[in-house]
Design a protein around this ligand. Structure first.
Ligand code: ADP
Ligand code: GLC
Length: 483
């Protein structure tokens, strides 16, 4: 089985969120299953810096006036090959792959990601510079949404496509006039095509033209077929219901391992959790909070956006502070959220800490050091942080949606008794519900024996990629057979 895995971010080359974690780990897990897999990614500066053993494959013409150099190499410390699309006019920009320093989309994003989509389709041609034709292209999110369409335009039905949805909220919609520069057939600017409410939509093209659709949890696979979670695509998704497969994300068990984490000064594991207390004290000290093991500590590592429901925590801060909790927030995103958390940190410097930015080492220390992880998302296709929480003995409080509902078992007398409890599931995305779960967690935390049992249930849960990689392989096999 040959798979081309096309993505706009992949850890450790470049990362803005969970898509990068998946793109870093899933190809490696598929490789272990003997899948012949290669990643395709734009040549941002950090990608060109980090890919090992680079070798040029020469120039390729993508559009009438766009040429790119293809470079092949390896993901750092792995045997997974990466193909880099080098075009400095499009990708030689520091910072986020999607937005300017001011947080605005790069105005040429349609071209930048149409190039990514088109190159994937060109690599499916017999005489491509790669000389390796995939059986299946695994696309990921809107940035790769035009690949199935370009294959359709090229009449290439030999190579099959699976369009992977990590987040329906990001759709890559742009003015229909882009169709000319991106060399689309304007006759397909229609409902049965890439048109979406007066826009050219990359996501819609992916959903419409792909042979199969994957998404990152079974629950989200159902949710996106309803108006509440479908972001306007639910009608189309419903018509494709039989072709949608939800596969829960795994995590990289080497990258996220409290027993061997280079970002932590000490280690711990399910047999001996004592190192976690040391790390909590270190975290408190590092953040300027009162160093005291008896103070319960809540943690957040997240994009600070409406999706993540962190406005509920902001609203609940007066009560949380009154309850005597410490709160450690790491994130960046909406200015309003950043400012609101920062105001609490300034007013309560020994109790609340806010770090604005993207800081990988601190994200590991927070995951290890805090007692409870907070993730009250309004929608969450899968979510990875709750899985990191499980692995780090940090029970999460999550909302009852998407992959959160699929991966976290609420704590009740019954689930404690049968050892399935792993966290706390709020039943509605409201401040009261969140506060209720925080209070429940705090009272359980006082009972050290029960709390440790809860931590260990989570630490023992299977959260690696093995099962899910097998499910992707089965999906690829089904895709090839079906068509
Ligand atoms: P999403 O992809 O929607 O942002 P996920 O939970 O799937 O949510 O993945 C988020 C990933 O990004 C996790 O690996 C998390 O640790 C990381 N992350 C988010 N914000 C930060 C930050 N400010 N600093 C470091 N890592 C972060
Ligand atoms: C998206 C989703 C997140 C998911 C990640 C990786 O960013 O918001 O829930 O875990 O993709 O699939």
């Amino acid at each position: 089985m040959r798979v081309l895995f096309t993505t706009s971010e992949a850890y450790p080359l470049i990362k803005t969120g969970g898509l990068a974690d998946v793109s870093g780990a899933l190809p490696a897990a598929l490789k272990k299953l003997e899948v012949d897999i290669k990643i395709l990614i734009p040549g941002y500066p950090s990608v060109l810096k980090k890919v090992d053993q680079q070798r040029s494959l020469g120039l390729i013409q993508v559009f009438a006036n766009v040429y790119c150099e293809l470079i092949i190499g390896f993901m750092p410390y792995t045997e997974v090959e990466v193909i880099i699309i080098k075009n400095d006019a499009l990708y030689d920009r520091e910072g986020s792959p999607y937005v300017t320093a001011l947080g605005e989309d790069w105005p040429d994003n349609p071209l930048r990601f149409a190039v990514l989509s088109k190159v994937a389709s060109l690599l499916c041609e017999v005489n491509s510079p790669l000389n390796w034709m995939p059986d299946v292209v695994q696309c990921n999110d809107w940035q790769t949404g035009l690949t199935p369409y370009y294959l359709h335009l090229a009449n290439n039905s030999q190579v099959k496509t699976v369009f992977g949805i990590h987040n329906l909220a990001f759709q890559g919609n742009c003015h229909p006039d882009w169709a000319y520069e991106l060399e689309l057939n304007t006759a397909d600017y229609q409902i049965a095509g890439y048109e979406y409410y007066g826009h050219l939509s990359f996501l819609k093209a992916g959903v419409f033209y792909a042979d199969q659709i994957s998404t990152v949890s079974p629950n989200y696979a159902q949710e996106i077929q309803s108006p509440m979670f479908g972001f306007g695509m639910d009608g189309l998704l419903k018509t494709r219901s039989a072709d949608i497969t939800g596969i829960i994300n795994g995590i990289d068990l080497d990258e996220w391992n409290p027993d061997n984490d280079p970002y932590l000064s000490t280690s711990y594991n399910v047999q001996d959790l004592s190192g976690k207390a040391t790390l909590k004290a270190e975290l408190q000290q590092k953040l300027g909070l009162t160093v005291d093991a008896s103070i319960p500590m809540l943690g957040v590592v997240s994009r600070l956006t409406y999706q993540k429901g962190l406005d509920l925590l902001i609203e609940a801060m007066p009560e949380v502070i009154a309850l005597g909790c410490q709160v450690a927030v790491l994130g960046s995103g909406d200015k309003g959220f950043e400012d609101a958390f920062t105001a609490y940190a300034l007013a309560h410097p020994t109790q609340v800490s806010v770090s604005i930015g993207y800081i990988e080492p601190l994200s590991h220390l927070i995951m290890a050091g805090v007692d409870v992880f907070i993730m009250p998302s309004r929608f969450e296709p899968c979510g990875l942080n709750q899985l990191y929480g499980l692995r780090y003995g940090t029970p999460p409080i999550v909302s009852n949606t998407g992959g959160l509902a699929d991966s976290i078992c609420n704590t009740t007398t019954q689930t404690l008794a049968n050892h399935t409890a792993t966290g706390f599931v709020i039943n509605s995305v409201t401040k009261l519900s969140l506060l209720g779960s925080i209070q429940q967690a705090l009272s359980l935390w006082q009972d050290k024996k029960t709390w440790q049992a809860l931590q260990k249930n989570g630490m023992n849960q299977e959260v690696g990629w093995e099962n899910s990689a097998n499910a992707y392989l089965a999906l690829y096999e089904k895709t090839l057979k079906a068509n």
